[in-house]
Structures are given as structure tokens and as C-alpha cells.
Write a protein that binds this ligand. Structure first.
Ligand code: V47
Length: 341
């Protein structure tokens, strides 16, 4: 599909593109809706970057800076495991106090204590920051991550690839080519990752399509992405001053178009923390097949207004999925089925 044809999908009736997306979704996953038992660990919110969309970073809009000691971070992991987490998703701010040695110690200690726990850690933006901080190549950082026990990478930091938009919303952060190069290399090392798109701020439909087509192209080359996560922008406590969020229709169309364009990425995650559980469930009829997980404690999106701070229970996820007529499948991070309810 050309860029123009892809952009024109937005002008089609919502049910028409919903049906196309649903057909692809059902070919891949039939009636299954996936979720996992996971926990988030955000070791610090003290950030040298100044992304305008972020309410998590400690600056004027979030006057509560924190940086965990290794001991505190490991205590959180211990609690997460006790609560049943099979995956720990580690994402923090760009903070020289949490340098590469700090993360290497954290990952190694987690792997030593909980060898079965899947470590999904460090966005490409963090990898790029740590490489610059230590004057290393990003390849060297990725290799250190693997040596110390990181299993897969999350999809954050992609935002919107268009450089003009990036200059306005996250100047100085990893650029789009570097984000793609980091994931390409991670895939070449035999590892899987996810990819995201932050939408619903100042970007246009054209920017979204450009973003999706670039992800499609990398996936064609590496086949290393497990899931795509369209992150709906949360408007509170940040410097973008967005007054109006996209309509429900625009959100669902964006998810459906993602499913159609990213026919080579197996999973589309309707992340309940940014969509809310109700829209995330409707999204399962428009191309998505995954909700993300229990999370336990969420600090990034909830800092900008989402209702995800306390996570969600497994029982709630299961009953939402069942009541919507789908089959709840608990998965591990790499989408191997653990249980069917
Ligand atoms: O890169 C920051 C986003 C991302 C806001 O890989 C915001 O499975 C909405 O990438 N409104 C980090 N989003 C989170 C992330 C993620 C989440 C869940 C699963 C996975 C995965 C990855 O959060 C950042 C940024 O794009 N973000 N501020 C905001 N106001």
C-alpha cells in the first residue's frame, strides 16, 4: 500500500476499516485476547531530557524527584514476584546516577535471584542516552544488557518518527534513525522487542502513517518485533498544552489502520493504561489482540492523567475479556500461552 492509499484509509467508514482489521486479527489469533502478569519498575524520574509530553519526569510539573537505590529497586522486584509477576518491565529517566554500571548490577542481581523472571528493559532512548553518557557505541550497550540478563526490549521512545514533530515535542532525544538502528541491531543479536507510537498530540494522520510504514519496513527486514503499541497521549501535567484528545472514532481507526499496515507484526496491543479498559476492550474488535498486563504500579501514563497507577487484577482482565465474548489467554512476554480461561 502506498503512503497516499494508507492515509486515505482514514477517510473510509470506521466499520469498513474495522472489518478489514478484524479479518487480519482473526486470521492471526481467532477469538483470543492476550494479557500477561507483569510489573513495572521505574527506578528514577530525574531526567536530563525535557520532553514536552512527559508528566513523569521531575521538573516543574512533577515536583517529586526520586532515584531508587539498588536495594529499593530490588525490594520492588521482590514484591512484584510475590504478587505473581512473570515479567518486570524496567523503564526510567535519563539520569547519570542510574548509569550503565547501575543497570548492569540491577539486571544481574534480578537474574541471580529470579532466573525465571523475564526482564524487559530499557527503551532505545535510554540505550542511546547510556551510550552517550559512557562514550560507548549503542552496540556495546546492547551487548552489556544481554550479558547481564535482559531478555527483551520495550517499545518506548519512538514517539513519532517525523523529525520536525520530534523537535517540537522531544528535542534532544534519540532521533528516529537511531531508534530504528538500535532495534535493528537488537534483532540481529537474536532478541525480540516491541514498538510504540505516541499519538493524539500535535502530529497529523500523515505523520502516523509515515511512522507505521517505517516500522513495517524494519519488520520486513528483521522480523524482530513482537507487538506494536499505539500509545494514546494523556494530556495532564505536561508542557504540550493539548486541549482536545482524539475522538473515540479516531483512536479506533488508528488502531485498525495499525493492524492493516503492520500485517507483518503479530500483535497489536491496546494498552489499557492509556486507553482505559473499556476502549481497550472495544479495540479488540478493531484489530487489537492484546491488553498488556496487570502492571501492579504504573508511573508514566498515570503522571499525565490515566487511571493506571494501581494496575489491574488478573480477575478483572479475565472477566472483561470473557464478557466481551473473547477467550482470555495468559501469555509470557514472548507470547507463549501459559493459561486459557
Ligand atoms: O516512550 C510518556 C509514553 C512511553 C506520555 O513495550 C506517554 O510492551 C501517553 O513505551 N501520554 C513509555 N504516553 C511506555 C512504553 C510502553 C508501555 C507499555 C508497554 C510497552 C511495551 C511499552 O510512554 C514513552 C512515551 O511515548 N508517554 N508520556 C503521556 N503523557
Amino acid at each position: 500500500m502506498t503512503k497516499t492509499e494508507a492515509i486515505n484509509l482514514y477517510t473510509q467508514d470506521i466499520y469498513e476499516i474495522g472489518e478489514k482489521a478484524d479479518r487480519i486479527r482473526r486470521e492471526f489469533h481467532q477469538d483470543k485476547v492476550f494479557f500477561n502478569s507483569n510489573a513495572h519498575l521505574n527506578p528514577t524520574n530525574e531526567c536530563v531530557d525535557t520532553c514536552k509530553f512527559c508528566g513523569f519526569s521531575a521538573h516543574r510539573k512533577n515536583p517529586n524527584p526520586y532515584t531508587m537505590t539498588l536495594h529499593v529497586a530490588l525490594k520492588q522486584v521482590e514484591c512484584a514476584v510475590k504478587e505473581g509477576a512473570l515479567e518486570i518491565h524496567i523503564v526510567g529517566a535519563h539520569n547519570p546516577k542510574c548509569n550503565l554500571d547501575w543497570y548492569v548490577q540491577l539486571f544481574s542481581e534480578i537474574k541471580k535471584q529470579y532466573p525465571q523472571l523475564h526482564i524487559k528493559a530499557l527503551t532505545a532512548a535510554e540505550v542511546n542516552y547510556l551510550a552517550d553518557l559512557h562514550q560507548l557505541s549503542f552496540k556495546a550497550v546492547l551487548e552489556k544488557m544481554i550479558q547481564s540478563g535482559v531478555d527483551s526490549m520495550p517499545g518506548g521512545g519512538a514517539e513519532i518518527f517525523d523529525e520536525e514533530v520530534r523537535r517540537k515535542i522531544c528535542k534532544g532525544k534519540v532521533d528516529s534513525c537511531r531508534w530504528i538502528d538500535i532495534h535493528r541491531h537488537w534483532h540481529k543479536l537474536g532478541k525480540k522487542s516491541n514498538c510504540t507510537m505516541l499519538f493524539g498530540h500535535i502530529e497529523s494522520r500523515e505523520h502516523r502513517i509515515d511512522h507505521l510504514l517505517r516500522l513495517q519496513e524494519l519488520q520486513e527486514e528483521t522480523n524482530g518485533f513482537n507487538a506494536f503499541i499505539p500509545l494514546l497521549f494523556q494530556t495532564k501535567n505536561n508542557f504540550l498544552n493539548i486541549q482536545e484528545s482524539p475522538t473515540g472514532q479516531e483512536v479506533l481507526k488508528t488502531i485498525a489502520i495499525s493492524r492493516i499496515l503492520l500485517h507483518n507484526i503479530p500483535h497489536i496491543k491496546a494498552y489499557w493504561a492509556t486507553l482505559g479498559i473499556n476502549v481497550a476492550m472495544v479495540a479488540q474488535e478493531f484489530g487489537a489482540d492484546d491488553l498488556d498486563g496487570t502492571i501492579q504500579k504504573e508511573s508514566i501514563q498515570s503522571a499525565s492523567g490515566s487511571k493506571s497507577a494501581q494496575g489491574i487484577t488478573k480477575e478483572e482482565l479475565i472477566s472483561q475479556i470473557k464478557n466481551a465474548g473473547f477467550i482470555p489467554i495468559e501469555r509470557d512476554t514472548l507470547y507463549r500461552e501459559i493459561a486459557r480461561y
